[in-house]
Design a protein around this ligand. Structure first.
Ligand SMILES: Cc1cc2nc3c(=O)[nH]c(=O)nc-3n(C[C@H](O)[C@H](O)[C@H](O)COP(=O)(O)OP(=O)(O)OC[C@H]3O[C@@H](n4cnc5c(N)ncnc54)[C@H](O)[C@@H]3O)c2cc1C
Length: 233
């Protein structure tokens, strides 16, 4: 792959424009590894070293995180653990440490097969793009010619957010099923990521389970009932 390193978001957009259609933004590039189905693009803009602001800010009831923050650095950050314990726990189960040192939060939110977009969706987390501005994490798309710079995560009340991941060898691969439940105002907000089906979000458990095979649906129902029981209002 021919690639150039961006200094910041404006530089990344300029490089994308100069490279033309087909150029992809990447950070850790771990989703282009041979274990994932995504082919290596021919042209790329590397934003792993770009200045997207401070790695983590907690203010105004939200965590505001640089898109290119490596997952392992976030996992080890005491402020992240204090603010979002279920995220710190989940990060320990995303890939192995070698992968997490390269892999970023932004890449995990954009990659459709990733655990992080499913986990963060019920919190109302937003992906902030340089051109498009803030969009719900579940709508953050690949290959838009835009650059993701920050992820904003509203902080749930203690105990109000539960994430369950079921994987084949879960520290080495994205989940087969990943369920996230947030009890805030109104009915619990749910997200279920399933390998092969993608992400479903909403408040209706029936809709969440529809389209799954019989065994997956039974397991997902058990995960949901356990997660709802463990998640406080
Ligand atoms: C061995 C192995 C195990 C893994 N295990 C897991 C797992 O357990 N759970 C899991 O969720 N994932 C897993 N992954 C996938 C991957 O490591 C994570 O999803 C990771 O968070 C992706 O981050 P990245 O920086 O490497 O993304 P990249 O590969 O760099 O990019 C991912 C996607 O996002 C786009 N992108 C990245 N950054 C930006 C940006 N700033 N702006 C615009 N577009 C951008 C890219 O174009 C690409 O489409 C694994 C991968 C490997 C190789």
């Amino acid at each position: 792959m021919r690639h150039a390193r961006a200094k910041d978001a404006a530089h990344a957009l300029a490089l994308l424009g100069a490279m033309g259609p087909g150029a992809r933004v990447f950070a850790g590039a771990t989703t282009f590894a041979p274990v994932t189905p995504d082919p290596l693009p021919a042209l790329g803009v590397d934003v792993s070293g770009a200045d997207f602001g401070s790695m983590l800010e907690i203010a105004g009831g939200a965590a505001d995180i640089a898109a290119n923050a490596p997952l392992e650095a976030l996992r080890r950050d005491p402020a992240l653990r204090a603010a979002l314990p279920p995220l710190a726990d989940l990060l320990a189960r995303v890939g192995a440490m070698a992968v997490r040192n390269l892999a970023t939060l932004g890449g995990g939110v954009i990659w459709p097969g990733g655990d992080l977009r499913a986990a963060l969706a019920p919190l109302g987390a937003e992906a902030v793009f340089a051109k498009a501005g803030a969009v719900p994490v579940e709508d953050a798309a690949q290959e838009t010619g835009d650059v993701l710079t920050r992820i904003r995560i509203p902080l749930p009340a203690p105990g109000a957010w539960t994430v369950e991941k079921l994987g084949h060898r879960e520290r080495f691969s994205p989940a087969k099923l990943i369920l996230s439940v947030h009890r805030g105002d109104g009915p619990p907000r749910l997200a279920l990521g399933a390998a092969g089906r993608g992400l479903t979000t909403g408040t209706d458990p029936g809709a969440l389970l529809s389209g799954l095979g019989r065994t997956e649906a039974r397991i997902a129902r058990a995960m949901l009932s356990d997660a709802l029981e463990r998640t406080c209002a």
